[in-house]
Design a protein around this ligand. Structure first.
Ligand code: M6R
Length: 369
């Protein structure tokens, strides 16, 4: 069943191009129009929503955080992302004009299910982005958009994460189409870019020899930090979560802009830090700001492990290691930049002699609150 791979996690990392491809399949026309009829929510309701709240836990919540950047940009609707267990136990402002998007691989996470129930009681429309057919969350939601990642067996989520981002992006583009906040040709362009992603993800996996080697060399490391900005910020947190759950070592993700507000105090000689660098072709000055961050932490003796876009030579003087990923538009970058981090965690944990499919203390689906 592992398809010749040493672990389910390894197999599922390799399944990722297919998971993204399958999640896109049949949901748009050749001319670049979204056809999400399966959602079956009254279009009038979707035209009137004035807020989206994504509820999820763990990796699924990081997928939601990535999607926030894209959906707000395309739809001009405010998007909040909240951990389901926090949402449930405060007094959230939710009403009939709120679209709640519940993201879950298993469709059985109790925290997320309770939040779904709570949101519906307040009159919100709840749409589930779920991987497992026949599970509880879609049954209790108003609508469902399935991710087509196939069964995910390893406790650490990998291909479901990429499929969740893909599905949430389709939802964002669909809402932009419906509400007219983007021109059809702009939507068609993003769709073309999404269609090109499986091949780029496959390339990152094929080129992962160096990250595997570094991970094995770092098997004894006791702490790794991850920095990212914009969509790279949730990617940094996801990279840290993978390492915590698989290798049982201290790992923390930060927003790169937050560095000088505290975390830079953690930087000392030899501290390994992954930095996810935004595309130099993107808007604003994000790229140069993150490159300055690398410079700052390198100057304090940290070991900089940089994930950057192919051709981004500006990072070279400050990087101890660079893992290049194919060029992508900024919003789609998480689909490639998270992959070296997944591979790093899987390989490092394996080098420590740990079972990556069944990490200690964890269950694949958390069916208690
Ligand atoms: O099945 P779900 O997507 O609802 O699960 C949510 C989290 O429990 C899950 O993503 C967890 O954080 C994973 N172990 C992460 O690798």
């Amino acid at each position: 069943e592992k398809g010749g791979f040493p672990s389910f996690m390894d197999k599922e990392i390799h399944d990722q191009p297919q998971a993204v491809h399958d999640t896109l399949l049949g949901r748009m026309t050749a001319a670049g129009r979204l056809t999400l009829d399966e959602i079956r929510v009254d279009e009038q309701v979707l035209r009137q929503i004035d807020k989206i709240i994504v509820i999820a836990c763990g990796t699924a919540a990081y997928a939601g955080q990535v999607a926030k950047y894209a959906i707000e940009h395309w739809c001009r609707i405010p998007v909040e992302v909240e951990l389901a267990h926090e949402f449930r136990y405060r007094d959230p402002v939710v009403n009939a004009k709120t679209l709640v998007v519940a993201v879950s691989q298993s469709g059985e996470t109790m925290d997320t299910l309770m939040a779904v129930r709570h949101a519906r009681e307040q009159g919100a429309t709840v749409l589930a982005i779920v991987n497992t057919h026949g599970s509880t969350i879609p049954r209790e939601s108003d609508a469902v958009l399935y991710t087509h990642a196939g069964p995910e067996v390893a406790v650490a989520s990998t291909k479901a994460f990429l499929a969740q981002i893909t599905a949430a992006y389709l939802l964002g583009l669909y809402l932009a189409q419906l509400r007219g906040t983007k021109f059809p040709d702009e939507i068609a362009e993003v769709i073309d870019d999404l269609r090109a992603m499986p091949e780029k993800i496959a390339k990152v996996i094929a080129d992962s020899g160096r990250v595997r080697q570094i991970a094995r060399w770092m098997a004894d490391t006791s702490s790794v930090l991850f920095l990212g900005r914009h969509v790279g910020y949730p990617v940094a947190m996801e990279g840290a979560l993978k390492l915590k759950e698989l290798a049982y070592i201290h790992a923390e993700g930060f927003a790169a802009g937050e560095l000088k507000h505290g975390p830079i105090a953690l930087i000392e000689p030899g501290q390994p830090v992954f930095i996810i660098v935004p595309s130099p072709r993107g808007r604003d000055s994000l790229h140069s700001k993150v490159v300055s961050n690398i410079q700052e932490i390198r100057a304090r003796g940290a070991r900089t492990l940089v994930i950057a876009e192919e051709g981004d030579d500006a990072v070279l003087p400050f990087a101890d290691e660079v893992f290049f990923v194919p060029q992508t538009p900024t919003l789609l970058a998480p689909l490639v930049s998270v992959v070296p981090l997944q591979i790093f965690a899987c390989e490092l944990a394996t080098a420590r002699g740990l079972d990556v499919d069944q990490p200690r203390n964890l269950a694949k689906s958390v069916t208690v609150e």
